[in-house]
Design a protein around this ligand. Structure first.
Ligand code: DGL
Length: 280
């Protein structure tokens, strides 16, 4: 018998536009699903706030999405995951999937040099990250690399390559690139500027994120819980048409345009309804 919850959307949230990098992989992996994307732009960035503030903000968004009705929640933000994932999981019976810096895949790559983890100050300070680093420190030299202000720059100037590259050149000038084998993008915003990062650090360094791994994990979990929507036909047309409803806190309509544009850059056209939230 079909589970009636199969037709509910999957909720995805981030402090801003960063989670769109995860949503793009989710849409490619789960093309028959409906999505609700929540950007908490009013309170962005999360990564420089106290942990308990980020926990309350994340719980509020989860409550909002759960009230609308979702079959699963993807916390498409490393910072919110490190601050609130256990509490959110305890609150709901639907599957809640979070992000964590892709240290394990980086170790598996087995490069000769150090692993640099770019993330927000809060993610790198968190207990969750310290436990992760502790589990892999036998296998590699892991260097936390907090990138203060980078989320703000991406929110404001994601399309201005010069501003992004200036910032990256400045922060990477203090790093001895010769000794780095892999850079982990431990913030979903940074995946949006992967090209610029590669340009600054060079192609000899692997630059990885956890987005496709998270999308595969969501699929596995939905399958296991009999919540996966397989669609009516096996045929997909390209560009992919995605059914996404957007909510943005702080009444910032232009954020929805940016989100749609970023998905379009990934070959995804949004065909769903669009909403705007005044939730604050
Ligand atoms: N995209 C969020 C992350 O993955 C950014 C957090 C922030 O708003 O500082 O950590």
């Amino acid at each position: 018998m079909n589970n009636p919850k199969v037709n509910l959307p999957i909720g995805v949230f981030d402090s801003g536009i960063g989670g769109i990098s995860v949503l793009a992989d989710l849409i490619k992996t789960l093309p028959y699903e409906k999505f609700i994307y929540y950007a908490d732009t009013l309170y962005s960035p999360y990564g420089i706030r106290p942990e308990d503030t980020v926990r309350s903000l994340s719980i509020k968004v989860a409550e909002f999405l759960s009230f609308i009705g979702i079959k699963s929640l993807v916390v498409a933000c490393n910072t919110a995951t490190s601050a609130a994932i256990y509490e959110i999981r305890r609150m709901y019976t639907f599957p809640v999937i979070g992000m964590e810096p892709a240290v394990k895949p980086a170790v598996k790559l087995g490069g000769k040099g150090k692993i640099l983890v770019m993330a927000t100050p809060l993610t790198l300070k968190s207990k969750k990250f310290h436990e992760l680093m502790h589990s892999y420190k036998r296998f590699a030299d892991i260097i936390p690399f907090p990138c203060e202000k980078l989320v703000e720059i991406i929110e404001q100037d994601h399309a201005d390559r010069r501003v992004i590259e200036d910032y990256l050149s400045r922060v990477f000038s203090s790093i001895d690139k010769e000794h780095i084998s892999t850079i982990v993008l431990g913030c979903t915003h940074y995946a949006l500027i992967k090209k610029e990062i590669l340009k600054i650090v060079g192609n000899n360094i692997n630059v990885i994120d956890g987005n496709s791994g998270t999308a595969r994990q969501v699929k596995t979990v939905l399958q296991k819980e009999h919540l996966l929507n397989n669609g009516m036909s096996g045929k997909l047309s390209y560009p992919l048409k995605a059914n996404v409803r957007f909510y943005v806190s702080g009444n910032k309509k232009e954020v929805i345009t940016t989100c749609k544009q970023l998905l379009q850059n990934e070959g995804i056209v949004c065909s769903g309804e669009f909403s705007l939230s005044h939730y604050s």
